[in-house]
Design a protein around this ligand. Structure first.
Ligand code: FES
Length: 126
């Protein structure tokens, strides 16, 4: 005997759940790598985002530019190694992970995977 699982609200056999589609991401160029010297950051507006592109010892990292605590701009903050200090209330974030290093920030800042290709810095956005 063969049992067919049925949708209790209809007489038709139940369908398997549709496979979830992965969001399609778009690669967005933020800037040329040589626009961001080591130990500095650049504020960039692209694809509806405002982000900070950091150069930490030749490696590029991207975070939201807006501090999660208030009106501070992380690209205008003080950079010490892989930590950025917000220019408004001096909260600190880990540039690589977005985690809080020092209050008053309570919420980590969003990070994006930076990709350098052909001398330009890109991120993938959904
Ligand atoms: S606005 Fe950045 S620490 Fe307050």
């Amino acid at each position: 005997m063969i049992y067919v699982r049925r949708d209790p609200t209809s007489n038709r056999p139940a369908r398997e759940p549709a496979q979830r589609k992965r969001p399609v991401s778009t690669r967005v160029e933020l800037c040329k790598a040589d626009q961001v010297a080591a130990g500095t950051a650049l504020r960039v507006e692209a694809a509806g985002l405002t982000v900070a592109v950091f150069n930490v010892e030749g490696q590029f990292y991207v975070t939201d530019d807006a501090c999660t605590h208030g009106p501070g701009s992380l690209s205008e903050g003080f950079i010490d190694g892989d930590v950025v200090e917000c220019n408004f209330h001096n909260g600190q974030f880990d540039i690589k992970t977005g985690e809080i290093v020092s209050p008053p920030c309570m919420i980590p800042v969003k990070t994006y995977l930076a990709v350098v290709e052909g001398g330009a810095v890109f991120i993938d956005v959904d």
